[in-house]
Design a protein around this ligand. Structure first.
Ligand SMILES: *Cc1c(COP(=O)(O)O)cnc(C)c1O
Length: 431
């Protein structure tokens, strides 16, 4: 499978090259040249297949013959080493729990898949690849864990100082080995801007092989399609109109869901639920896209002021606003509303949600006012324990650390502080 740059000024590349490069030389995001729907028979009988079989079917055309099938199967097996349960919340509302992986965030799947693809592609090279990634919270931990110990790959993670939770910070600063954390005096947007700078810096690129592990990388983006298939597989009633509410920041996850729909998965509509960073809700109302500086909220993995994957969503709908509007609803919620939703879920549904999941739940509540008789699933994208300082005061209970968290919480943080791009560059050149 070949990929083209959405800026259309770079040459098309193979899956392998797109994974290694991350971003195209013209700064565009890579996008598959063709998208072929899966056989309706497969989708109809999806319950007969294992998660690994489904994943292979879904991802195969996007990898093509660049990874031998037996290796791809092994990569999928190692990627999907945990569960993805659908849990009942209220009448016609369910949640798909995506937090059962090693770092308890949905990004584990993309990070693990990408790490293994990159490890495979780089296995015969003597030069290391450096993965450079900016995180607003969960990406860093998932990437750190996903890449830990992968040979010939170094990982450098930038995170905004004091803007990630304690658990998140520990997850990205305590692993050691091939993982280095940089604590940036600034916001997530500053981190992301520095990463983008590095990818355009010829003098840096001539000295090292850099790649990204943000959701712009196709190997992180594409496997997120699996979730939507796994959820569908578990539904008892496959006839009622199905709607997913996806807590969205960079819009990679929801974009993967929309790609799953293109492959033939019967999804009626999508809800992009977000916090005060309301660029997309505003866009869908006004047809005007205005990036803004990000605003800090309690659902900090969605504190994004210029969602990088939105351009892929537009491409999926051939840049036709009216077509997109038929499939996508988007709402923004305040932190106050998010806390109220968490409390409601706890008191009325006996469910402890994290702030991102709660925003997803709110999206359904708004949507169902106008669309009754729909079966809605919100994605629970992180375990509540990752946002302890927000969740505990709201529900007035203390949460217990699961084993994945207990094993890192007392470890010593190791991070290097930086303030600007020059400091990033000299760090990269020295390490
Ligand atoms: C990254 C993240 C999101 C947002 O996902 P995007 O693909 O960037 O839209 C939502 N919730 C949590 C917990 C996350 O870590």
């Amino acid at each position: 499978m070949n990929y083209y740059s959405l800026h259309k000024e770079a040459t098309n590349v193979s899956f392998k090259e797109a994974v290694i490069k991350g971003l195209a030389p013209d700064k565009g995001l890579y996008f598959p040249e063709t998208i072929t729907p899966l056989s309706p028979d497969f989708i109809q009988h999806i319950s007969n297949y294992s998660n690994e079989e489904i994943a292979l079917e879904v991802i195969q055309q996007f990898v093509g013959n660049e990874i031998p099938e037996n290796v791809l199967k092994e990569i999928i097996k190692e990627t999907l080493c945990f569960d993805f349960p659908v849990v009942d919340i209220e009448d016609s509302i369910k949640t798909l729990e995506l937090f059962h992986g090693p770092t308890m965030a949905f990004k584990d799947v993309g990070a693990r898949f990408m790490a293994r693809c990159l490890g495979y592609f780089n296995k015969d090279h003597d030069k290391d690849v450096t993965v450079l990634v900016a995180t607003s919270g969960d990406t860093g931990g998932a990437v750190a864990s996903g890449f830990l110990g992968v040979k010939n790959v170094n990982v450098v993670i930038l995170y905004p100082s004091k803007k990630v939770s304690e658990v998140q910070e520990k997850q990205l600063t305590t692993l050691g080995q091939n993982i280095k954390a940089l604590e940036v005096a600034g916001t997530f947007d500053d981190c992301q801007a520095m990463v983008k700078n590095a990818f355009l810096d010829e003098s840096l690129l001539s000295k090292m092989q850099l790649t990204s592990a943000n959701s712009i990388n196709i190997a992180r983006w594409l496997p997120q399609m699996f979730y939507f298939f796994f959820a569908y597989k578990q539904l008892v009633d496959k006839e009622q109109q199905l709607v997913f509410s996806v807590p969205s920041g960079n819009y990679g996850n929801i974009c993967a869901g929309m790609l799953a729909k293109k492959l033939g998965l019967p999804i009626h509509q999508f809800i992009a639920a977000t916090n005060a960073n309301d660029i997309i809700p505003e866009y869908l109302q006004t047809e005007e896209y205005h990036p803004k500086p990000s605003v800090q909220t309690i659902s900090n993995a969605m504190d994004v002021g210029d969602p990088s994957n939105f351009i892929r969503i537009q491409q999926l709908y051939n840049n036709k606003f009216n077509l997109l509007k038929e499939d996508l609803y988007s709402y923004s919620y305040t932190d106050y509303q998010t806390r109220e939703a968490m409390l409601h879920l706890y008191k009325k549904c006996d469910y402890v949600a994290d702030p991102h999941g709660a925003v997803g739940y709110l999206g359904i509540k708004t949507y169902q006012k106008e669309h009754p008789n729909t079966q809605c699933i919100f994605l629970e994208t992180a375990h509540p324990v990752k946002f302890l300082d927000v969740v505990e005061p709201v529900i007035n209970e203390s949460l217990e650390y699961p084993p994945q968290i207990r094993s890192i919480i007392d470890k010593k943080k190791e991070a290097f502080s930086i303030e600007n791009y020059e400091q990033l560059k000299s760090f990269l050149l020295k390490n």
